[in-house]
Ligand binder design. Sequence first.
Ligand code: AQP
Length: 332
Amino acid sequence: MTRVLSGIQPTGDIHLGNYLGALRQWALDQHEHDSFYCAVDLHAITVQQNPEELRAKTLETMATLVAVGLDPEVCTLFVQSHVPYHTELSWLLECTVSFGELRRMTQFKDKSMKQGDSGQEHVSAGLFTYPALMAADILIYDADRVPVGDDQRQHLELTRDVAERFNSRYGETFVLPSAAIPKIAARVMDLQEPTNKMSKSAESALGAVGIFEDVESIAKKFKRAVTDSSNEVRFDFESKPGVSNLLSILGAATDRDPELLAEDYAQYGALKADTADAVISVLEPVQLRRSELLADPAELDRIIARGAEKAGEVAAVTVSRAKEAMGFLSPS
Ligand code: AQP
């Protein structure tokens, strides 16, 4: 059976891009494949976090994963730091990846520049080496398929390169994974700056739609979404990024082709209103499920503990295989 792995950082507010680009696919995949999903708290600390907030966000993220439809009886749902083998394998892979490969990662360039622009001079070494940890997250579960948004494509390619290099140096050890990127809404764009991806750290609060926002606020954000002055509804990201973003969100929320949807609209106003309605009807059941879960913390604790146990059993085997291949002396 195909093995699937993916993760989400327990930071900021989970937004529509995370949902349409990744989480929704995770929920579908769990029934087809042997699936492992986690809150990647070790990735979150590549930028400084408030400890109390990190703890609260991690719990909240786990509740969100269940709310979007992940069934802990069907898939393995866990918190990354509860399986310490990830950091152990990460070190082995840090010694396999090259400095030049890490330096080429566009996400490092973007995020370190963003920190510089916001007056923070401290850029952690972890932000630079994080792709090695991500490779460990994937390779440790022998994952064949990694459902992610388009922004993670480069990290997935690096993971494959690292696995190939390791296998050719030390013998067949890791499965080579492939990215599973959705056809529609693989890169949901910011509603205010449609040439930038929708992000948890968006400049304007109007640019990103949180999946737990109240419906009035969601409707307002779509109403104010930036389009252009030509008032022609056409799916063309190059010349009409704002309108195309709305069409692709509407397409993803209604399972329709954005190019065909464009033919149904003559006005931007109607497109914005229908997109808001479609998004709200997709998100409302998720919002309801999450509030039920947060009201039952003992159940959430049980899910998290069970997930760590299941994930740990698989991870332990891969790490010992990798250490053996590299020539580490086994403890007697
Ligand atoms: N805009 C997006 N469109 C489609 N997919 C997206 N993903 C993130 N943004 C979009 C996908 O969501 C999954 C979880 O990603 P993450 O936890 O790494 O989230 P992130 O990339 O940290 O989120 P942000 O919003 O980009 O935060 P910033 O930029 O502030 O750090 C991944 O599969 C990702 O592809």
